[in-house]
Design a protein around this ligand. Structure first.
Ligand code: UD1
Ligand code: CA
Length: 505
């Protein structure tokens, strides 16, 4: 199953349920105290803005307009990546959310029918909640419908003022509220559906006569009520959905809530999450049934973990694919493809372009990059495998380095199938080792090895007998050597000549 949060409640009717989606994303986000515009801060694999766009996407709106201002070049660049179909409209001066909405509607003059207006900082908003709001708006025939929620702590939020019949009369910001209004626990989510013409007309009339001297989008409610128009309030099923994100503490809290949702969904679908407190999964990831996520696991981006795989403890997988029944223990993996029943780690670093075929093993303190490792092949210990192709059934000795870089360019090494390479080898690329070949331990392989050959590329050994006693007399090493020699003297007085085969030169 997928951890995706955007499951639309009802498929949008044709024509689209709303004519346009307008996202208000021009605010400074001062309380973030950040060089990054607020709506670009990320949680759970998407920016704040990205979550809002994902929640609105199933509406299939004719147009998506994003009001940008603070840090707009960054916001526009981000939009081009995540929502290339969206139109950005610049609000030159941040004169308030109402002014932002007016600027957006001015940019689409021909627009008619219902418009979804949404704050850009509502990352927990779900597609199902948006769909329910749009449906409530349609079925009640209201001119504007406000998404609301009953919350325990309404501090800082706009309060929903209802009349005796339950009709919405106004939205009052906390700083402008009377003590009685402050006691109201129904708050404005900052998500509205309204008729384009009515919004246009009332937005043109809103003032800035409030504590902040800003034009509040929320004032359209009072103006419409005064006109005698029907204004609805739709209470969100889950109050978490409406939570905004204004500072870093709220960002951390929203991230936690989002993660809890993702993990709940995974656990319901049959994934074991050993420690939900230390396991983080982006909404864009997927995990199969009977997979186990050990403590300290982070799955990010497009990562997918197939059924029955084990990930963790303490592993970070970014844009990585894990096959069925594989195990990835204490590893950091980036854009890697890990086949079924592969074993990775403990302590492995898989870099982009790593492809591990079924049953392969990348063991302890091994780094790979742009490396294909064949079915059942093993790189068990202390090695770097860069720019390489390794066939099936091959074993790479401990402490092997694929020497891929000559200081200017990268070169490729090919090792065939069922090869056995010795410990502490260097493969100086470009070089090829044939199928079924062996290489001796300690070899520096600089020329191709034919299939079935044994390559030995190291200096022959020479023992200089008695060197320690002569050159390091009296040291513990010399004493130990002499004691060993005297033990080696046979009972009849003959000395073994085994250790004296060579002489000092
Ligand atoms: C807003 C609502 C409040 C609601 C809360 C929910 C208003 C006046 N108040 O308060 O009733 O309870 O959201 O989270 O709307 N923006 C612009 N241009 C501007 C100013 C703001 O585009 O000139 C955008 C911001 O980027 C943001 C949204 O409008 O996405 C809301 O602005 P923000 O300052 O976050 O309003 P809140 O005080 O949170
Ligand atoms: Ca806000």
């Amino acid at each position: 199953m997928t951890a995706q949060q955007s499951s639309p409640a009802a498929p949008p009717a044709s024509p689209p349920a709303v004519a346009a989606v307008v996202v208000l994303a021009a605010g400074q986000g001062t309380r973030m105290r950040s060089a990054t515009p607020k709506v670009l801060h990320s949680l759970g694999g998407r920016s704040l803005l990205g979550h809002v766009l994902a929640a609105a996407e199933p509406l299939n709106a004719g147009a998506t307009v994003v009001v940008v201002g603070a840090g707009r070049e960054y916001v526009e660049e981000h939009l081009a990546q995540v929502a290339p179909g969206a139109v950005s409209v610049v609000q030159e001066e941040q004169r308030g959310s109402g002014h932002a909405a007016a600027v957006a509607l001015d940019a689409v003059p021909g627009l008619e029918g219902p418009v979804l207006l949404v704050n850009g900082d509502a990352p927990l908003l779900r597609a199902s909640t948006v769909a329910a709001l749009v449906e409530a708006h349609r079925s009640t025939g209201s001119v504007v419908t406000v998404l609301t929620a009953e919350v325990d702590d309404p501090t800082g939020l706009g309060r929903i003022v209802r009349d005796g019949d339950g009709g919405v009369r106004a939205i009052v910001e906390e700083r402008d509220a009377t003590p009685a209004q402050r006691a109201i626990r129904e708050i404005n989510a900052g998500v509205y559906v309204g008729d384009a013409a009515a919004l246009r007309r009332t937005l043109a009339r809103i003032g800035a006569d409030n504590d902040q001297g800003e034009q509040y989008v929320t004032d359209v409610v009072g103006l419409l009520v005064a006109e005698g128009a029907a204004v609805g309030g739709h209470v969100a099923e889950d109050p978490d959905d409406v939570l905004g994100c204004n500072d870093r503490r709220e960002l951390a809290a929203r991230r936690r809530t989002l993660n809890d949702r993702v993990l709940d969904e995974l656990m319901r679908s049959g994934v074991t999450v050993v420690d939900p407190q230390t396991t983080w999964v982006d909404v864009t990831c997927s995990v199969g049934a009977d997979a186990v996520l050990e403590p300290g696991t982070q799955l990010r981006g497009t990562t997918s973990v197939a059924a029955g795989a084990l990930v963790g403890p303490d592993s970070t997988l970014i844009d990585t694919e894990v096959g069925e029944g594989a195990s990835v223990v204490r590893a950091h993996c980036l854009q890697a493809v890990i086949g079924p029943k592969v074993s990775v780690g403990p302590f492995a670093y898989l870099r982009p372009g790593t492809r591990l075929r079924a049953g392969a093993k990348v063991g302890t303190f091994v780094e790979t990059k742009n490396a294909e490792i064949g079915e059942g092949s093993k790189v068990p210990h202390l090695s770097y495998v860069g720019d390489a192709t390794i066939g099936e059934g091959t074993n790479i000795g401990a402490a092997t380095v694929f020497v891929n870089y000559d200081g200017v360019a990268k070169h490729h090494t090919t090792i065939g199938a069922h090869a056995r390479t010795g410990a502490d080898n260097m493969f100086v690329a470009p070089v090829t080792v044939g199928d079924g070949a062996y290489t001796a331990a300690g070899s520096v392989i600089t020329t191709d090895v034919p299939p079935g050959a044994m390559a030995v590329a190291r200096a022959p050994q020479r023992n200089v007998g008695g060197w320690v006693s002569r050159r390091r007399p009296g040291t513990p090493a010399a004493q130990a050597a002499e004691a060993a020699e005297s033990r080696a003297v046979a009972p009849d007085g003959d000395r073994s000549d085994v250790s004296r085969a060579d002489t000092d030169q």
